[in-house]
Design a protein around this ligand. Structure first.
Ligand code: IPD
Length: 270
């Protein structure tokens, strides 16, 4: 796992440099995906190409699942799950909050992961059972995770598909009355790392993809957070992440606010 992580860190750092340089040169939308506001730029593609080439050259038998479509079957048992730019809309607008996210998974479970914030250079890492780190310093969620709900700061995000976004808007509006405040920062991998670092108290979002969650989710759980999926009101998985101590109260609130399908939990997460 340490070797997988070391490789992931090298490649993510190189990809982050590429993304930073190309941002300075100017960025345009290259295509749209699930909806007109779900964009991809040439830089997302270039970053994914670089990551694919480096990882496949170093470990030819590994599989690959990338947000922008790069893929390879695994013969080694390891699959790399990659978001070449998480926070693409922030990247497009020059908001300095987007990341390169790379995880190595075995049997569908992330075992090593890195999330590099392209503009700040912060590097979040984790290996399964080996803990989570920010720039080499151990990360641990605070022990005040069970503080009153009204004093918790909650990160969330919205789906690109407007049918789901409408339902999320209603739920977020109900949640907002019950918590300290809401943050919509625009990069799910960094939201999960923010739970790990105690920068927010909890995170909830329906409709994430594997590449949004793989590395950041491992960072969060290795820092002591609990990460679970429940059946979301929009019909896809809703991800909840919070320190173990305050998780159940947060999950109840998320259900009451309307993020979840009324029949409740259907699947356990990590
Ligand atoms: C998106 C971001 C955003 C989240 C979306 C994701 P992308 O990833 O993480 O914060 O709300 O659900 O799809 O498209 O920028 O890689």
């Amino acid at each position: 796992m340490d070797d997988l992580l070391a490789l992931a860190v090298d490649v993510a750092t190189e990809a982050a440099e590429l993304v930073r340089r190309r941002r300075r040169e100017g960025v345009e939308v290259a295509a749209t995906k699930s909806s007109p506001v779900d964009v991809v730029t040439e830089v997302d593609r270039a970053s994914e190409r670089l990551i694919f080439e480096r990882l496949m050259a170093a470990r030819p038998g590994d599989g690959f699942l990338g947000e922008e479509g790069a893929s390879a079957e695994s013969t080694s048992g390891v699959v790399w799950v990659v978001d070449p730019i998480d926070g693409t809309v922030n990247f497009l607008y020059g908001l300095p909050h987007y990341a390169v996210s790379i995880a190595a998974a075995v049997d569908g479970e992330p075992v090593a992961g890195v999330v590099v914030n392209v503009q700040t250079g912060e590097c979040f890492t984790a290996t399964r059972g080996g803990g989570a780190f920010l720039d080499g310093v151990p990360l641990r969620v605070g022990d005040d995770g069970d503080r009153p709900l009204g004093q918790r700061l909650v990160a969330t995000g919205f789906n690109y598909v407007s049918r789901i976004k409408v339902l999320q808007t209603t739920a977020v509006s109900a949640l907002l009355h019950e918590v300290r405040d809401i943050r919509r920062m625009g990069a799910a991998a960094l939201d999960l790392c923010s739970v790990a670092a105690g920068r927010v108290d909890a995170y909830v979002e329906e409709g994430l993809n594997a590449w949004d969650v793989a590395a950041g989710g491992l960072v969060a759980t290795e820092a002591g957070a609990r990460l679970e999926t429940r059946a979301g009101v929009g019909g896809t998985d809703c991800w909840l992440c919070a320190p173990e101590a305050g998780f159940e109260a947060f999950a109840d609130l998320v259900g009451r606010a309307g993020f979840l399908r009324p029949e409740g939990p259907t699947s356990g997460g990590e």
